[in-house]
Design a protein. Structure first.
Length: 169
């Protein structure tokens, strides 16, 4: 079955009509003009869109008529694709952005940094500096971190396997 015949059958189904003559009349075409289009396999899409605009009460499913799939199918696919997208209040991550030679945690940190406001970026940098300093220091040391107007002092102990933060004085 060719594409024209498939579309015509779906249109007849949507309009609940049986003959090509009825379709031609509904589309505002002469039966001879419609038959000529059928012979050339040139589906009257322009006339179909005009019918949809002129008679919205027909509630024609254009996706079904022209593509063979119901609107609900596309809506379900769209919902499935959107379910893993970040919500408007979550940071926006661009998975297509190239970041060569970065570990996944580094990539995530960079994405959070890029979406943070000025104060957030300052806090991220201060924490990173503190962690880097702690990683290069042997033994115990005291580190100060300023967040807004609050000064936080922590004693950092370098341990094998990571950094442990002890509550300051």
């Amino acid at each position: 079955m060719n594409s024209f015949k498939e579309k015509l059958l779906r249109l007849k189904n949507e309009l609940n009509v049986a003959t090509d003559k009825e379709i031609a009349e509904i589309l505002g075409m002469k039966p001879t003009a419609f038959n000529g289009r059928k012979t050339r396999e040139s589906f009257p899409e322009k006339e179909l869109f005009a019918l949809k605009a002129k008679c919205p009460e027909l509630n024609l499913d254009m996706d079904y008529i022209l593509l063979g799939h119901r609107r609900e199918t596309y809506e379900a696919i769209e919902q499935e694709m959107l379910k893993d997208m970040p919500k408007p209040d979550e940071p926006h991550f661009d998975p297509n952005r190239e970041m060569e030679n970065l570990m996944p945690a580094e990539n995530l940190l960079l994405q959070y940094f890029r979406t943070a406001d000025k104060e957030g970026k300052e806090m991220i940098l201060n924490v990173a500096k503190m962690a880097a300093k702690a990683n290069t220091t042997q033994g115990n040391s005291a580190t100060k971190m300023h967040i807004g107007n609050v000064e936080q002092q922590n004693n950092i102990e370098h341990l094998e396997g990571g950094i442990q933060f002890n509550k300051g004085k």
